[in-house]
Design a binder for this molecule. Structure first.
Ligand code: UD2
Length: 297
């Protein structure tokens, strides 16, 4: 057992003498206090994971929103997903857009399908981002319960760079936000106003989770989107918008419903940050964008 498999020397072994190297991670947290795994490179063996999940003949749904100018990100997202995202599994992409004509045609592998769902555009970017909860919930209830086993809801302004495989599958999955995984909870940008449904007191909170990834079994993602959408509606009635919109509500939800698996920031990185040594692979990361330009109507 070693945290430095590259440093295991090659030594000539005698007859009937074998050696296995098992990598352990000592530099990062690999299990939460409620015993959910945190997935980092070196904590799983893809061949074992695939031998568990492949025989189940699963269908994994992926929702992606591309509203307004965000359609420009669809091509890169899909092309890189085809190389790295759950390769070898049945994947249904669901692209929500107000501009169906701008969805590019990207060659998809075997057992990979794409549906375009036309939606209207909200004027404010905050509303576009936040209303994803409602739209995902409605689509789950209209069709996804019948079409997929697991659902992963991802931001579109992102690219895959490395393997993002079946090790991400679990009942309820959250991604640790790349900006806050080394910080104490007091500095997490939770919603701090008690008037909001997303309120988290200073002495509570486990991790700060990113809004760019929600995943899990379809029934669990349904429950999550329903609760978050209802909380967003109550906030609206009370004329309050949480600090980081749906990301704040998501964080409140995960405080009360602990995720069964956490994805380390390898699985959701921010390209404005230099890669620290504990990140062995950047697997999926943001595309640098000019916020003002891309969000303007
Ligand atoms: C952060 C979160 C994001 C969300 C947002 C809430 C991360 C890495 N990102 O991202 O998940 O919680 O804050 O404010 O945690 N979109 C459109 N058209 C628009 C605006 C947004 O399609 O005009 C969609 C698109 O899929 C985009 C997503 O909404 O990827 C999130 O919006 P963003 O990327 O502008 O938000 P950002 O980067 O501040």
């Amino acid at each position: 057992f070693t945290d430095k498999p590259d440093e295991v020397p090659s030594v000539a072994l005698g007859m009937q003498r074998n050696l296995s190297v098992i990598t352990v991670r000592l530099d990062v947290m690999t299990v939460t206090p409620w015993l959910a795994p945190v997935i980092w490179d070196g904590t799983f063996d893809s061949s074992i994971i695939d031998s568990l999940y492949q025989p189940q003949n699963l269908t994994i749904g992926t929702t992606v929103f591309a509203i307004g100018k965000y359609t420009r990100f669809i091509k890169g997202f899909l092309e890189t997903a085809e190389k790295h995202f759950l390769v070898g599994y049945k994947v249904n992409y669901y692209i929500f857009t107000d501009k169906p004509d701008e969805v590019p045609s990207v060659a998809l592998g075997m057992q990979r399908n794409l549906s375009v769902i036309t939606v209207s555009k909200f004027f404010r970017w905050q509303e576009i981002s936040m209303r994803r909860m409602e739209r995902i919930l409605n689509t789950i209830e209209e069709r996804l319960l019948k079409e997929v086993d697991y659902l992963y809801c991802l931001d579109v302004d992102m690219l895959f760079h490395n393997h993002w495989g079946a090790e991400v599958l679990s009942t309820l999955v959250a991604a640790v936000h790349p900006g806050y995984y080394k910080n104490p909870r007091e500095v997490f940008p939770y919603e701090r106003r008690p008037a909001s449904q997303a309120y988290v007191p200073l002495d509570q909170g486990d991790f700060y989770y990113a809004g760019a990834m929600i995943g899990g079994l379809i029934e669990n993602v349904r429950a999550l989107t329903r609760t978050c959408h209802q909380a967003i509606l109550i906030d609206k009635q009370n004329d309050i918008e949480a600090a980081w919109q749906e990301e704040s509500h998501l964080n409140k939800y995960f405080l009360q419903h602990k995720p069964t698996k956490l994805l380390s920031p390898e699985y959701l990185w921010d390209d404005t940050k230099p890669k620290p040594p504990e990140i062995h692979f950047i697997r999926f990361s943001t595309v640098l964008k000019n916020y003002a330009e891309v969000r303007e109507n």
